[in-house]
Design a protein. Structure first.
Length: 230
């Protein structure tokens, strides 16, 4: 049997600063990234064995990356070396990070706080840096090269046929956007009530101002309600 496994070679770590991606150089080790198993014991007296159901996922484990230390260049910009890049970051700031897996055609984005430490020095070995991300959001897995998603709007749903157009919004992968007010024209006898991710209204409901995390492209359908609020 021929394997389709791929090498870890080429993995990259980047941080977004002022809407520009900056890549760390010579990354040597990348941690496991994803959902830590969480479960609830629902075993009861009639159970033949222990029974469990899936609980809320936990993405909060610290992510430690190892990379070669590179000399700080006085007057150099963020891309001059790993130490220059770290120096350019706000020590108390939360950033969007991206881990790229080129051979797998995948990339992961997440928001997090960060810290770093210089590794110990040893004879005949390169100095290393350990850069740690403390996640503030769930990781978003996308195809390699995808940097944004589209949020579109539709006035037609099972609740009524509105008219008009609203410009779609382009949002960075893993970014957030507030659900806007509708500028569609409502059907006769109705007013705008909310947005929903499905035309039948059975998807996720968003009220105006709610935060939407862009982990894929969405179309929001206008849900119309009677003008007396019913």
């Amino acid at each position: 049997m021929t394997t389709r496994a791929t090498s870890a070679k080429g993995l990259q770590l980047a941080v977004q600063i002022n809407d520009v991606w900056h890549y760390f150089g010579e990354v040597k080790a990348v941690p496991a990234i994803g959902e830590s198993p969480q479960k609830i014991d629902v075993t009861h007296l009639g159970s033949a064995s222990h029974e469990y159901i899936k609980d809320i996922p936990d993405y909060s484990g610290d992510l430690a990356f190892t990379m070669n230390a590179q000399p700080f260049i006085s007057g150099g910009n963020a891309d001059a070396s790993n130490l220059n890049l770290i120096e350019s970051m706000d020590k108390n700031g939360t950033y969007q990070f991206m881990i790229v897996y080129p051979a797998l055609n995948q990339q992961v984005t997440l928001y997090g706080d960060w810290s770093w430490e210089m590794g110990a020095g040893n004879v005949s070995s390169a100095m290393e840096i350990t850069f740690t991300i403390i996640p503030r959001s769930a990781p978003v897995f996308t195809a390699y090269g995808v940097t944004s998603y589209t949020l579109a709007f539709n006035p037609v749903s099972a609740s009524g046929t509105g008219t008009g157009t609203m410009a779609s919004q382009t949002v960075a992968v893993g970014g957030t956007v507030s659900a806007p007010a509708s500028t569609f024209t409502a059907p006769t006898g109705k007013i705008f009530g909310s947005w929903n991710t499905q035309a039948d209204g059975m998807g996720v409901t968003y009220q105006v101002g709610d935060t939407i995390t862009m982990d894929t492209s969405y179309t929001l359908y206008a849900i119309w309600v009677a003008d007396n609020g019913e």
